[in-house]
Design a protein around this ligand. Structure first.
Ligand SMILES: [Zn+2]
Length: 506
């Protein structure tokens, strides 16, 4: 996805995952010793045809991408045009050039993914620097390419023989083979003529839970030596988003210079696994920040006489669990009883299930109550989280909704006001900011400021935030922000934010 197109809507933050998956097909403990026989392997090989020897070929797919990214409301989908060129060479060597753009885009750029043996590299645009991918991002990027090129997929399946490749005929017209791949357990469906009709993969996603990721082929056929689909529908799960891509093949194979699939001279290494230990930092009396460097998120724990209120829950369930564990250790007598979030995007609501398992009350605008219930009922059967273990069918979340856009709680220890600034966020339909009048502290999700080339700047959304603060007659001394954490000051004097926003206007 090009930067000007769909990728701009994805989170730059969601880099973290617990699943450190290798790219190699993992060894299966229960693998049949000898693997499948020659006849079956021949069927699988026929399902893709041979890879080109000592040369490369490419096929072009044209279609539409529906992206559920970080938009105004849950499940909002944006549509993009899509052109993909898939080039394949020896086993494990391939290249995808993917251009996506919306009707409003004035420029286009092409994202390139290179598969090299055991490696996945990506660059955002032509002439850009390649970056090495690791873990789940690498597995997802590679999967999108394998599934578009049956010859590559067949080679991948054969590589799993003796390492978990299993299956056979299910009916007279359908055979299913499966193996444990780096993305999850993959099933490939072959028809009576050994043509692939679908891939299904069983995914355990740390935020969304147990999912099937599907690719359907409509009419696979031989183009010379190899099999290619006439059209396909595929599902993608980049971190923090989901997409559906519907494509038709435009023309046949074209030759590609092998040099296009060579390892580039310079590659940025995959980011080192960041610190995964939560840092609990005192912000002001009775207010604590919980920073998760690897998730690039900051939550706030507000202390009351008998409980904590947590603001923002990080990006996924494992990170929510880490916040919970850190707070239980620091405040053994004060459980988190309420959790609020600024807006529905993954980096703020991804960890809610860790707290829903404790029957907390979730504070949010009424329009998002259904979204919270959805999270409370997600399917986590493949890799059950604590909520799925205690309540296999999900829970009915206890939700306290804002009334006339506000919610507040106070006692002798602290005071907290949640305010929905809605459209003034210029980000989501509902957007809650948190005001702590006794500390004159404002906590917001991702509207205020960021650091670029060593300088702190006001975000484009800061003007709306300042307007909302003035409309509500708040007089903060300090603003503290949830995202980004890495390379960004944890807080700013509020006057400084005003200054930066004024400077940005000019
Ligand atoms: Zn956001």
């Amino acid at each position: 996805m090009s930067r000007s197109g769909a990728a701009g809507a994805l989170s730059a933050a969601a880099a973290a995952t617990l699943l450190a998956l290798a790219l190699a097909i993992p060894a299966a403990a229960d693998a049949p010793a000898g693997g499948l026989g020659a006849a079956v392997l021949a069927r699988l090989a026929r399902a893709g045809g041979p890879l080109p020897a000592d040369r490369a070929v490419a096929v072009r797919f044209v279609g539409t991408l529906e992206l559920e990214g970080h938009y105004s409301r849950p499940h909002e989908v944006n549509r993009f045009h899509s052109v993909r060129r898939i080039a394949i060479a020896a086993p494990g060597i391939a290249r995808q050039d993917w251009t996506t753009w919306s009707d409003d885009d004035t420029t286009r750029s092409t994202e390139t993914t290179l598969l090299l043996p055991g490696r996945v590299l990506v660059r955002d645009e032509e002439g850009g620097t390649y970056q090495e991918l690791a873990g789940r991002s690498a597995a997802q990027a590679a999967y999108a390419i394998y599934t578009a090129a049956p010859a590559l997929a067949a080679a991948r399946a054969l590589q799993a023989n003796g390492r978990g490749l299993a299956g056979g005929p299910r009916t007279s017209t359908l055979s299913i083979y499966d193996w444990p791949d780096s993305i999850g357990r993959v099933q490939v469906y072959l028809d009576a003529f050994d043509q692939p009709t679908a891939w299904t993969t069983f995914i355990a996603e740390p935020r969304l839970g147990s999912l099937t990721q599907n690719v359907n082929y409509y009419a696979c056929g031989s183009l010379g030596e190899r099999v290619w689909p006439d059209s396909l529908r595929s599902e993608g799960l980049p971190e923090g988003a989901t997409w559906i891509l519907r494509e038709g093949r435009a023309g046949g194979e074209e030759p590609v210079a092998l040099a296009e699939l060579a390892a580039p001279g310079h590659v940025e290494p995959a980011p080192a696994p960041a610190d995964t230990v939560p840092r609990v930092v005192a912000v002001s009396p009775g207010v604590w920040a919980v920073e998760l460097a690897d998730a690039d998120t900051r939550s706030l724990a507000v202390e009351f006489a008998h409980e904590l209120v947590l603001l923002e829950s990080s990006c996924d369930v494992p990170h929510g669990e880490r916040i919970r564990a850190a707070l239980r250790e620091r405040f053994p007598r004060k459980p988190v009883r309420r959790v609020a979030f600024s807006h529905y995007h993954p980096d703020y609501t991804g960890g809610l299930r860790a707290f829903l398992a404790d029957s907390v009350r979730v504070v949010c605008p009424g329009a998002l109550a259904g979204f919270v219930q959805e999270i409370a009922h997600q399917n986590f059967t493949v890799s059950p989280d604590r909520l799925a273990r205690s309540h296999p069918g999900g829970v009915n979340a206890l939700v306290d909704t804002l009334v006339a856009g506000r919610w507040s709680v106070s006692d002798a220890t602290n005071e907290l006001v949640a305010i929905d600034i809605g459209a003034l966020s210029h980000h989501t339909d509902h957007y809650v900011i948190f005001w702590l009048p006794r500390a004159r502290l404002l906590f917001e999700g991702d509207l205020g400021y960021f650091t670029s080339n060593g300088a702190v700047r006001a975000s484009r959304r800061a003007a709306g935030l300042l307007q909302a603060v003035d409309d509500a007659h708040l007089d903060p001394l300090t603003v503290i922000q949830s995202w980004p954490v890495r390379g960004n000051p944890p807080s700013l004097p509020f006057a400084k934010l005003r200054e930066l926003a004024a400077a940005a206007k000019q």
